[in-house]
Ligand binder design. Structure first.
Ligand code: UTP
Length: 410
């Protein structure tokens, strides 16, 4: 039973959102119930956030955090790899694919993972990722449980696609889906947009809520039952990355860290990647738009740039540490986006330019919650080919070029 109309009115009034019921009288019984449900479960507290955005982005004191660089990794590769492979064979490692994003920059209505980047043959983004994971499965002769986060917007299409393609050879019993939460989307005055007469506009609430959503889906029980101690979390759009990389896992375990972050040396000090650092003495990530001239110019004891390593959204987390911080909240990011909405005449408009805000929690803020984090350097050309856009930087084109150089037939 959802809330009553009177209760819904009261909640909307409290947050100045009474317009949400504008078309209520026109709706069918079913649509009314669905709208009341949505009003009941939606967090409207966050809507106030766009009015005091400066407070949300306050940062602590940033100091450098040294990365484990390539020479050190090479010198220890054998021992790290053995430790990581042992953990995988003991069933202690799971992988989490973050695939709940909207991929708006790529401009396809389908989930990003179903995008075909092949030219003479079909090669889907999901296929690339599973191929990469399969390499480790073959090497260790152990299946790695794969948790796939989707959102209400792409869940059905994602599951259908992967099933139709037999999970590209991955063992179906080892794949577990869960959906992330949604957050309302508002105009610049903080008024919720309507995407239908009986539906408030909403979008996935960012990639930071993955562990809470995984728990809410009941998968934490499975993780405990199977004895999984580490989760390697990775983005859907980097087709080159190594997943469940034994050397990375082993390095994090041997350095006694509760988290690890794969990083690449930045090409330029102002490159648009988050830089790993310490913030008030805790591991953290300073986003590229928070990189001041001073931080960009800072040098370490060897005279090298002090904030030279950018994260690539491939992290390793200890499950125990994730559970320890479960009750802590993450900062909210208010992000300007294009939000489809009903205009005054009740017609759906798909804007060409940003027209409001979405609210997101980000995984990079989870690093600040960790007691320790090992920044682990990887070779950019080997492991970083993000697909954000169709052409240009971080695009289908640039990823194809990097794949070709690795000998992948497109
Ligand atoms: P991006 O920050 O690139 O966002 O996501 P996006 O939604 O995919 O793309 P744009 O910005 O609309 O073009 C980085 C990773 O985080 C996941 C994405 O699927 C991708 O793997 N993500 C992002 C989620 O799982 N949920 C979200 O709410 C947002």
């Amino acid at each position: 039973m959802s809330i009553t109309l009177a209760q819904a009115k009261e909640k909307l009034k409290k947050y100045g959102q009474e317009h949400v019921l504008k078309y209520y009288e026109e709706l069918t019984e079913e649509e009314r119930a669905s709208l009341l449900d949505q009003i009941e479960v939606s967090d409207m507290e966050i809507l106030e956030s766009c009015r005091h955005q400066e407070e949300l982005t306050k940062r602590g004191v940033i100091t450098p955090l040294a990365a484990m660089e390539l020479p050190e990794i090479e010198a220890n590769r054998e021992s790290f790899t053995r430790a990581g492979a042992d953990a995988i064979r003991a069933g202690k490692v799971g992988a989490v694919l973050l695939a709940g994003g909207m991929g708006t920059r790529l401009g396809s209505d389908d989930p990003k993972g179903v995008y075909n980047i092949g030219i003479t043959r079909k090669l889907y983004i999901f296929e690339c990722l599973i191929n990469n994971l399969m390499e480790i499965v073959k090497e260790t002769e152990a299946w790695i449980p794969l948790f796939v986060m989707t959102s209400d917007k792409n869940h059905e299409a994602t599951v259908k696609f992967l099933k139709e393609h037999d999970f590209f050879g991955y063992k179906a019993e080892c794949v577990h889906f869960f959906t992330q939460k949604m957050a309302l989307a508002v105009d610049y005055d903080g008024k919720v947009y309507m995407e239908g007469k009986g539906k408030m506009a909403s979008s996935p609430n960012g990639n930071g809520g993955w562990f809470v959503s995984l728990r809410d889906a009941g998968l934490l029980d499975l993780i405990h039952r199977q004895g999984i101690e580490w989760l390697n979390v990775f983005a859907v759009d980097n087709v080159l990355q190594h997943i469940a990389d034994p050397c990375f896992i082993g390095a994090t375990i041997q350095r006694k860290c509760v988290a690890g972050a794969k990083v690449v040396a930045k090409v330029t000090p102002d490159e648009k990647v988050g830089a790993i650092c310490l913030e008030d003495g805790r591991p953290s990530i300073v986003e590229y738009y928070d990189m001041t001239q001073e931080l960009m110019a800072a040098r370490d004891a060897q005279g090298k740039p002090a904030y030279n390593f950018g994260v690539i959204l491939n992290y390793l987390f200890s499950v125990a540490e994730l559970e320890r911080v479960l009750s802590l909240s993450l900062p909210l990011h208010v992000v300007e986006k294009k939000i489809p909405y009903l205009d005054e005449a009740g017609e759906l408009v798909k804007p060409e330019a940003p027209n409001g805000y979405k609210f997101e929690n980000l995984i990079l803020d989870m690093i600040y919650q960790m007691e320790s984090c090992l920044p682990y350097e990887v070779v950019r050309e080997n492991e970083f080919a993000p697909i954000k856009n169709k052409t240009g930087i971080d695009s289908v084109e640039s990823a194809r070029e990097l794949l070709r150089r690795k000998g992948v037939v497109l």
